[in-house]
Design a protein around this ligand. Structure first.
Ligand code: SF4
Length: 421
């Protein structure tokens, strides 16, 4: 049974005002120790259950440490990584998210020694004004130095950038055509750095964050959709010219540096999530063959899977630390561990999840997979027929692709695709 593993590390030394991830800055060494012990137990409990109930061995194609700030820790990962070693594929990707401030040679040596072979560095912007607005605790020179050091030790490195932050392209809430192009400057520095992977996200104003509240009160001004589309277009142009392949609406990679863990999410493949606030997507039954490269064997049944999330609050998460061997179903096990099951998923929701993710990737949509889920043949709606004529969409065997410029308008295309079944 080939799966990915996501491990959430919810600790941060400070809290950024735009962030909606599960995290806390209120922790001490004892809590951290308890947390690492709990996620180790959780790993054993889930993997033992999956292997016992399926009669198949779990093998991991990727492990991803996300946060929070996983880079606050080094040797704390030893027991956990030792526990997963014998389930790792020989070429497994092991990624860790890093804050630039935590990068130093000794930490890099420990991570590399433990098997980490990909780093994702949260640079966010290289503009002084942007780092202040985003309430980050590092400066641009720390980020660039950290990046360089990281690439010398672990070549496979991603740089995260955010666009659309308040003031990036504005003056007092109004778009300013004469403002210096700070986004172009960030992109150029990314290219100059030689980093082989880039994740570029447009800032979102989530309700429960300080940014969300400030936007509601009119204290900060989100960028217009038009301005965001312009930033996306500039990124496509500059990174494309610099030799990056565009994998997904927010992700670009130089050849050979795509992120394999990300493809699990985009290709509707299963992964275990462990830790506070983590999400997982497990098979319901174990009779379906693995869909290794997104292709489906003729005659195979679709497994819509079980989606779940563990409590975001660290202390609630710890209260559900597993005590004994579980004999029930996967759903019952997840509930016992304090997780919430995404109830009521059916073939429609599975289709929505799959199409929404696949549409905005370079793999495109596997129509034969959709036909299996719905039991209906693909019969393209007029707008899709028109898109095919205009060559902003195309067919390639069983796959339907949209041009990258269209990925930014995923919502409108997704509904057209869904209505075509
Ligand atoms: S953005 Fe990263 S460092 Fe900032 S609060 Fe969120 S998880 Fe922590």
């Amino acid at each position: 049974m080939r799966l990915g593993l996501y491990i959430h590390i919810p600790f941060c030394s400070f809290l950024c005002h735009y962030c909606d991830f599960a995290k806390t800055a209120n922790f001490d060494a004892i809590l951290v120790q308890d947390y690492f012990a709990a996620i180790l137990k959780q790993w054993h409990t889930i993997v033992d259950h999956l292997e016992r109930t399926s009669g198949r061995r779990v093998s991991l194609s990727s492990v991803y440490f996300g946060g929070g700030t996983p880079s606050l820790f080094t040797t704390e990962y030893t027991n956990l990584l030792r526990a997963v070693y014998d389930r790792l594929d020989p070429d497994a990707e092991i990624s860790m998210e890093c804050n630039p401030k935590n990068i130093n040679q000794s930490a890099l040596n420990v991570w590399k020694g433990l098997g980490v072979n990909r780093l994702s560095i949260g640079v966010q912007t290289l503009q002084k004004k942007g780092l202040e607005v985003l309430t980050r605790d590092h400066d641009a020179s720390t980020a660039l130095r950290g990046l360089e050091l990281a690439m010398h030790t672990i070549a496979n490195v991603n740089m995260d950038l955010i666009y659309g932050w308040p003031g990036q392209n504005q003056n007092g809430g109004q778009a300013d055509a004469h403002a210096p192009d700070l986004w172009a400057s960030d992109l150029q520095q990314l290219i100059n750095s030689g980093v082989p992977h880039a994740s570029l996200y447009s800032l979102t104003y989530e309700d429960r964050t300080p940014f969300g509240r400030m936007a509601r009160r009119g204290k900060i001004y989100p960028e217009t959709d038009e301005a965001l589309a312009g930033h996306y277009g500039l990124a496509r142009e500059m990174l494309g010219n610099a030799g990056f392949e565009h994998d997904e609406v927010s992700n670009w990679a130089r050849p050979g540096f795509t992120c394999r863990h990300n493809w699990l999410y985009w290709d509707f493949k299963n992964f275990i999530g462990i830790g506070a606030g983590s999400h997982g997507f497990l098979p319901v039954s174990f009779t379906s063959p693995d869909r290794d490269h997104g292709e489906l064997d003729a005659g195979a049944e679709i497994d819509q899977g079980i989606r779940y999330a563990f409590p975001r609050d660290v202390r609630s998460f710890l209260r559900h630390s597993p005590q004994s061997v579980h004999q029930g179903s996967t759903t019952a096990l997840i509930r016992e561990l304090g997780g919430e099951i995404d109830e009521g998923r059916d073939s429609d929701s599975a289709l929505i999840e799959y199409v929404g993710g696949a549409l905005r990737t370079r793999h495109g949509i596997d129509l034969s997979f959709c036909e299996k889920i719905t039991g209906q043949a693909f019969s393209p709606r007029p707008l899709i027929v028109e898109a095919l004529k205009r060559q902003i969409a195309w067919r390639d065997g069983p796959r339907l692709h949209f041009a990258p410029a269209e990925w930014f308008r995923e919502n409108s295309w997704a509904s057209e695709v869904l209505l075509s079944f």
